[in-house]
Design a protein around this ligand. Structure first.
Ligand SMILES: Cc1cc2nc3c(=O)[nH]c(=O)nc-3n(C[C@H](O)[C@H](O)[C@H](O)COP(=O)(O)O)c2cc1C
Length: 208
């Protein structure tokens, strides 16, 4: 048995502050995107696309928008939650050098996507699996990934020119890192402790 995969899974982190600012190697980027593209998908519909945003001006515009949304969220918080949140960096859009916008196209795969007739969300699930493959492959390559979701979908769709009906699912900051933290940022900063595996396992029934 190889433990390499388990090691990569354990080392993977959501990266905000550790990007080195160096450009991503294009060979590595290609391999990471290939890994994403090999994800399972409902009806083999492969409903994802990857918009690669290197342009500084576009990243700057996105970062400004994210800052507005970060502030909007902060304003919903009070007391200790507010103070704790304000210490947490929620993106590395400028520092990472590359934004990968992962999108979901519900039309992909035609009218009868095998396995999606009862659960429309399976298309979205498939796209998230591509993201997870990308994230793990990037970790194996020594790159960092940070998922940013502090944005309005219409804003990002417009910014990167998505066709009607194509949804942005994630803005992924991607780039070389100085190191990966051993502990998730939200745990380190006291936002959430996380739960144990035993709390998540239910035997036979949720009620059991
Ligand atoms: C759907 C999704 C959206 C996320 N959005 C953000 C975000 O906007 N900003 C951020 O800093 N981290 C974001 N994260 C990262 C999580 O905060 C992170 O995965 C979690 O705290 C666990 O840390 P780890 O990924 O380092 O294990 C997101 C993660 C997921 C899966």
């Amino acid at each position: 048995m190889s433990t390499d995969l388990y090691d990569v899974i354990a080392r993977r982190r959501d990266v905000r502050a550790e990007f080195s600012g160096e450009p991503v190697d294009l060979g590595q980027l290609r391999r990471v995107l290939q890994a994403a593209h090999e994800a399972p998908s409902v009806g083999h519909s492969q409903p994802w696309d990857f918009v690669l945003v290197f342009d500084e001006d576009t990243r700057e515009q996105f970062a400004d928008h994210v800052e507005t949304e970060r502030r909007a969220f902060a304003e919903q918080l009070e007391g200790e939650r507010r103070t704790t949140f304000e210490k947490i960096k929620v993106e590395g859009i400028r520092e990472s050098g590359l934004g990968v916008v992962v999108t979901y196209s519900p039309e992909r795969g035609g009218q009868h996507v095998l396995g999606r007739h009862a659960i429309a969300d399976t298309g979205l699930y498939s796209t998230c699996l591509a993201i997870q493959n990308l994230w793990l492959a990037a970790t194996a390559e020594g790159l960092g990934v940070g998922w940013v979701s502090f944005y309005r979908e219409e804003f990002l769709a417009d910014l990167v020119g998505l066709p009607d009906g194509v949804r942005p699912v994630a803005w992924l900051c991607l780039g070389p890192v100085r190191h990966l933290q051993a502990v998730p940022d939200l745990v380190r900063h006291g936002w959430r402790k996380g739960r144990s595996l035993d709390e998540a396992i239910h035997l036979e029934s949720w009620r059991g």
